[in-house]
Design a protein around this ligand. Structure first.
Ligand SMILES: NC(=O)c1ccc[n+]([C@@H]2O[C@H](COP(=O)([O-])OP(=O)(O)OC[C@H]3O[C@@H](n4cnc5c(N)ncnc54)[C@H](OP(=O)(O)O)[C@@H]3O)[C@@H](O)[C@H]2O)c1
Length: 386
């Protein structure tokens, strides 16, 4: 069979390509960058240089293919991109095997990426083309790379799950399953939920890493004292500072308060649940104070920085050893330059750029604004691509 693989150079794609080649298939891999393809794909693959936007290239490839493996990365246009590719495949009559997300989240009210997968799964089922869907749990490679960063840096992993387990799945196993479905038309018309064979706890994962690497690994469970400290600084601290300042400002019938929130409140980041709770509370508190103070001549707003280059950020990332090829993932980055390249503007935000928004909110130029939180993240956040 001749099979087109999209998203071939990411975390999962190379495993799908390898499994198909092992089964003796002709594998055409859509790649944006021939150099990267040569680095991460086996030599027998046939690279097709192009992007999801190159419809002429894709039309020709789909016309000639028996099946397409449909993988596009997370992002606000993921469903639109996939639905467009499904339209092209339907015109060519080419079977579509789509990779979706973690099954429990594939609902109309699921997290954004899962909701988009939900829409596209329905679109695919109605497209009039043979199909199958794979719903893998979280990739082991994604979580382990994130853990490798904190193990290397501080010998710890943060445990967000308590005593619960997580049945991560190895991308190599997903690749095998994908190759089986791509090459066997009798497996069409079904949705396959793919999990790992066990659901280890974070303590068990830490023990396995320690046994494998010889590096002592501590599992960091958040203690009630740590919770009280972080949430206390953010919520009690902000609330009582605002209360004191508002009293003085109401007396003079003017003033501007600018609180400090953070992007962790708006974009989920591994290990940042406590920070998200505190900083999310700051943003909501700001909205309420902004309303209450409005008729007394006082404005209350907040700034939400993204990944800002400060001395601490630079030192901690620069000291990390670079990722090795076997880490097999572009994120989180191995060096501070790679991390910067993954952020929307391709660089860190400077502290001065955050300060500029404080100055703006404090000035008469912001006289019509109260209760708002502005993100200073250059247009987006790399964690959304994970
Ligand atoms: N990560 C997880 O734990 C997990 C779990 C379950 C399901 N999933 C699903 O798996 C998918 C992500 O897979 P992944 O983690 O392997 O992705 P990934 O590592 O982010 O790789 C994305 C791939 O898409 C390519 N690509 C990006 N933009 C493109 C464009 N405009 N034109 C052509 N190619 C483009 C990239 O090419 P370059 O190499 O050139 O950048 C790369 O090959 C998502 O749909 C996600 O929901 C992920």
């Amino acid at each position: 069979m001749r099979i087109l693989v999209t998203g071939s150079t990411g975390k999962l794609g190379p495993h799908v390509v390898t499994a198909l080649l092992r089964r003796g298939q002709i594998v055409r891999a859509l790649v944006r960058d021939g150099g990267r393809a040569a680095a991460v794909l086996p030599p027998d693959v046939e690279p097709v240089i192009g992007t999801f936007e190159d419809t002429d290239v894709l039309r020709d490839e789909l016309d000639a293919a028996d099946a397409v493996f449909l993988l596009t990365p997370h992002g606000p246009t993921m469903a639109d991109t996939q639905n467009g590719l499904i339209d092209l495949a339907a015109k060519s009559g080419t079977r579509v095997i789509k990779v979706s997300g973690t099954s429990a989240g594939i609902r109309p009210d699921g997290p954004d990426a899962c909701r988009q997968h939900y829409d596209t799964e329905r679109y695919l089922a109605a497209a009039g083309v043979p199909w199958a869907v794979l719903r893998p749990n979280g990739f082991m490679q994604t979580l382990l790379v994130a853990m490798a960063a904190t193990v290397r840096e501080r010998g710890v992993i943060a445990n967000p799950l308590g005593a619960a387990g997580i049945s991560l799945v190895d991308c190599a196993d997903v690749g095998d399953a994908a190759a089986a479905v791509l090459t066997d038309p009798t497996l069409e018309g079904r949705t396959y939920v793919l999990t790992g064979p066990t659901a280890p706890t974070y303590a068990q994962i830490a023990a396995a890493i320690q046994a494998e690497t010889g590096t002592p690994v501590t599992v960091l469970d958040v203690t009630p004292e740590q919770w009280d400290q972080v949430v206390g600084v953010n919520l009690r601290g902000t609330f009582f500072c605002c209360q004191a300042a508002l009293k003085a400002m109401y007396g003079q019938k003017s003033g501007a308060i600018v609180n400090m929130s953070a992007d962790a409140a708006f974009f989920p980041v591994h290990g940042f649940a406590v920070q998200a709770a505190g900083k999310g509370g700051v943003a909501l508190m700001t909205r309420t104070f902004g309303l209450e103070a409005a008729r007394r001549g006082v404005r209350v707003n907040a700034v939400s920085p993204g990944n800002v280059i400060v001395q601490h950020t630079g030192a901690s990332w620069a000291e990390r050893p670079p990722l090795k090829p076997e880490d097999n993932a572009p994120s989180p980055a191995g060096s501070i330059e790679e991390l910067a390249a993954q952020m929307a503007p391709g660089r860190f935000i400077e502290a001065e750029e955050v300060a500029n928004v404080f100055v703006f909110f404090s000035s008469d130029a912001a006289s019509g604004i109260s209760g708002q939180t502005i993100s200073v993240n250059g247009g987006g956040y790399y964690a959304m691509q994970l």
